[in-house]
Structure formats: structure tokens, C-alpha cells
Ligand binder design. Structure first.
Ligand code: BGP
Length: 460
């Protein structure tokens, strides 16, 4: 039997912009996603935008009833900054009412709400001032965080500041999957710096109010880095990629500052961000209580070909490598490598003082799941059950070896809107039937997981 601790957190994760809908209802102001969809709807799969997600703003009770049906004890979503403080300053009473009702509904049904503050949804009014490139965003975010703690701190005991800061940096400033879709490494570094500072300031805001008696952390997407070979050049590439993609985030939040070696690399390429005296102490004094780890796939690297400095992208230090033994999820194109969860788990134990952490996302997106619906209307998602079994087995092994992991949240609960991919890839334990008033229906994985939760493990 593959065993998990009795008090383990079992649940699922999602976010406000991917589920709530009601994008401009009851006083909410637009985020970059709302505006971007208005400007270029053709970029979004099937032209489904953020106003038309899973209707959770109106149907949250149905989801909570299903959480209870599965015996989940926890659930992560986020607050929409643009709903709580539409202009950044004025509290929206309708938002307070909605979130209090939603969180209370979970609590009444034995589900602990774990609440994140930022899930890629930058307010449009702030983006117009420069978004995370502008230093003022840091203080606006700290004010928003403080407001959220004051309004919901009695209900919420586990907070996260950001979800996957790497993603809005990479996709928005070194790619075109997030607004403002520019490609500029130096600007990306500045965005990253301000994001991490905003995170530390939110932790500070939490700790300076004695009424706040819960814990606060951050959700990071961590892809363990594997090198093509044992050759020194490939190993060096692995080390550098690890500095950029893992340590620049985990060291900063868990140890209190960016790794010196990373700072040196950036200095040599004239990429250092603008900072202010005193920033360093903010990082040092505000390390997290826990880290949420989103694990989807590893990063495989080799030495760069003809590196050019100053660096125009992280490719100057390491380039991708196509591992021939790769198992791929054909729908999303991501590698499936369950062992990676173990690598990351042991890293949290060995390099970060056995920091408490949990799997805050892990899951499998599949296109065309309706083809697996049986005569009772249940999606027979055996592939997802197998994915869960494989990953949980490695997670259990790491826990047995002393990694301080306190939970597992699958991405996601009921199918949600995936940014530019909208409803192309479905990830949930429950299907959302969007053409039938957003009706929720079962997938076999929800029954499988309910058993795991009740037995604190499973047999393979
Ligand atoms: C993570 C995000 C989620 C979610 C998930 C699945 O990076 O935190 O918001 O979307 O990935 O990815 P995708 O929706 O791109 O398939």
C-alpha cells in the first residue's frame, strides 16, 4: 500500500480568472486578460474569453458540494485584485460579500480554503502605468494584500502571494502567451525583481498585523533540471539553468536573497535590475512559512551552442535538449516524468532546511475528453488515474524519506479556462458542460481520488 499521513491536505487548485467569469460584473474592473480578449479575441481558442469561464461567481455552491462529495479537505483558488479593489484603492463591497460567502461555504463543508493573491491577473489600470516593470506596482500590491488579509483573515489561515511568478515574466516579457507580449530579457529581469519584492512586502504586511495568525507562502512552478550528459559543459549548463529557474525563486523566498552567483551572471551581462537601498532587508526579513510547488514536467538542458554575451535570453547559459526517452502528453505536449516530483521533494528537504511544502499543482490536460464519456455520462479518464498513481507513488517515497510535504492538490477541480488555450485541454476531476448551463459532471478520477483520501493511500 502506498501510504500518506493522516492529516495530509488533499484537494485541487484553480484561480479566480480561470473560473469566476463575471469579468466585469458587480464593479470588477478589467485585468490584462479581459482587455486582451476584447482587443484580440481570435488569439483565444474557440474565441472563449475570461468572461465566459466556469461561472463560479454564480455557481460556487455546486463546486463546493462536489468538493464535499469527494471528501476533499482543502482547495486553492485566488482573489481577483480587480474585483476586490477595482481602482486599486476603493474596496468593492460586492467582492467582499462574494468571497466571504464562497470561503464560508467551503469551511461549512469541511474544506479549508487556501487563498492566493495573484494568478497572472494584472489590473489593466496598473498595466497602463507599466505593470510589474513600474516600481509603484510593489506598493499597490502590498496595499491589496493588506486589504485582503483584513477582509478575510478570520476565514483564511493559509495564504499565498503569487502563483508561478516565472510564468508572467517568461510568457509576457520573453514570449507572447501573456500580455504585454514583448521580448526583452532586461525588462523581464526587472519584472521578476519587482514581483519578488512585492511578494516579500506582502509577507511583511501579513506579519506586521498581530491579528494574522495563519501562514503565508508562495506558489512556484519548479521543473527539476537534468543535463544531457555528465560532460562538464552540460553540467555547467544544468547548474546555470537551475540558478535561473529554481534558485532565483526558492532561495529568495526561503533563504532570504537571490543567489550571489546569479547576481554575478546578470552583472556580467548588464542585466541587473534597478533596486533601492533597503530592499535587501525586506527580502531577508520575510522568508516564507511554506512553499507550494507546481510540478508538471522537468527541464532538460545541454551546453549552449556559441554563447553570445551580453545575454539576450537564458539560452546564453543553457539550451533545451530533447531527451530521446521522453514520454509526452500528446495533448499539451508536456513531458510526463513522475520521478521529477521526487527530485524536487528531496531538494526541498536537502537544500532548504526541510522547508514545509506541498504539491500545489500537478495534472494532465487532455483534449476531446467527451469521447471517453460512458453511457452514464461519466468520463472514464483512466489516463488521469494512471498519471496520479505514478506521481503519488514518487511523492509517497519522498515523504517516507523525510521530505516535509503536507499535501497534494491536483490541477484542477472542475475543468477551467486555460488562458489562450481556453477549454482546449481539460484538467479537472469534474467536467464542465459549458453548453448545458455549465453543468458539472463526474469523471472516474474523482471516485478514485475519493478512495485515496479516505484510505490515506492506495494500492497499485
Ligand atoms: C499552470 C498555471 C495554471 C494552469 C496550469 C495548466 O502553469 O498555474 O493557471 O493553467 O498551468 O497549464 P495550461 O492551462 O497552460 O495548460
Amino acid at each position: 500500500m502506498i501510504k500518506f499521513p493522516k492529516d495530509f491536505l488533499w484537494g485541487a487548485a484553480t484561480s479566480a480568472p480561470q473560473t469566476e467569469g463575471a469579468a466585469l460584473a458587480d464593479g470588477k474592473s478589467p485585468s490584462t486578460w479581459d482587455k486582451w480578449f476584447e482587443m484580440e479575441p481570435e488569439l483565444f481558442f474557440d474565441q472563449v474569453g475570461p468572461n465566459d469561464t466556469s461561472n463560479v461567481y454564480y455557481q460556487y455552491k455546486e463546486d463546493v458540494a462536489l468538493m464535499k462529495k469527494m471528501d476533499m479537505n482543502s482547495y486553492r483558488t485566488s482573489i481577483a485584485w480587480t474585483r476586490l479593489l477595482p481602482d486599486g484603492k476603493t474596496l468593492n463591497p460586492k467582492a467582499v460579500e462574494f468571497y466571504r460567502n464562497y470561503f464560508q461555504e467551503m469551511l461549512d463543508n469541511g474544506v479549508e480554503p487556501i487563498i492566493n493573491l495573484f494568478h497572472f491577473d494584472m489590473p489593466w489600470w496598473l498595466m497602463e502605468k507599466g505593470g510589474w516593470e513600474a516600481r509603484e506596482s510593489v506598493d499597490h500590491f502590498a496595499f491589496y494584500a493588506k486589504t485582503a488579509f483584513e477582509q478575510f483573515g478570520d476565514l483564511i489561515k493559509t495564504w499565498a502571494t503569487f502563483n508561478e511568478p516565472l510564468v508572467h515574466i517568461e510568457c509576457g516579457y520573453m514570449g507572447d502567451a501573456h500580455w504585454p507580449k514583448v521580448r526583452d530579457f532586461k525588462r523581464a529581469i526587472q519584472v521578476g525583481y519587482h514581483t519578488m519584492l512585492a511578494h516579500a512586502k506582502a509577507v511583511e504586511a501579513y506579519r506586521t498585523n498581530p491579528h494574522n495568525d495563519g501562514k503565508i507562502g508562495i506558489i512556484l512552478n519548479l521543473s527539476p533540471v537534468y543535463a544531457k550528459s555528465e560532460e562538464p559543459a552540460d553540467q555547467e549548463a544544468r547548474h546555470k539553468a537551475d540558478l535561473i529557474y529554481i534558485r532565483s525563486f526558492v532561495d529568495t523566498v526561503a533563504l532570504g536573497y537571490f543567489p550571489e552567483e546569479l547576481i554575478e551572471m546578470l552583472r556580467e551581462s548588464d542585466l541587473l535590475p534597478t533596486t533601492i537601498a533597503g530592499d535587501r532587508a525586506i527580502f531577508e526579513n520575510n522568508i516564507v512559512d511554506y512553499v507550494g510547488v507546481n510540478y508538471y514536467q522537468p527541464l532538460r538542458v545541454q551546453a549552449p551552442e556559441n554563447p553570445v554575451f551580453p545575454a539576450q535570453s537564458p539560452g546564453a547559459w543553457a539550451r533545451g535538449y530533447n531527451w530521446p526517452e521522453k514520454r509526452i502528453n500528446p495533448h499539451r505536449g508536456w513531458e510526463i516524468f513522475p520521478e521529477g516530483i521526487y527530485t524536487i521533494a528531496m531538494r526541498m528537504k536537502n537544500d532548504y532546511g526541510n522547508m514545509p511544502w506541498f504539491i500545489s499543482e500537478n495534472g494532465m490536460g487532455v483534449e476531446g475528453e467527451e469521447q471517453f464519456m460512458d453511457e452514464n455520462g461519466i468520463i472514464q479518464d483512466d489516463y488521469r488515474i494512471e498519471f496520479l498513481e505514478e506521481h503519488l507513488e514518487y511523492l509517497a517515497k519522498a515523504i517516507e524519506e523525510g521530505s516535509n510535504c503536507f499535501g497534494y492538490h491536483m490541477w484542477t477541480f472542475s475543468d477551467c479556462w486555460s488562458w489562450l488555450n481556453a477549454y482546449k485541454n481539460r484538467y479537472g476531476y469534474y467536467r464542465i458542460n459549458r453548453d448545458d448551463n455549465y453543468r458539472r459532471s463526474d469523471k472516474a478520477s474523482s471516485y478514485w481520488m475519493k478512495n485515496v483520501i479516505n484510505q490515506h493511500g492506495f494500492t497499485r
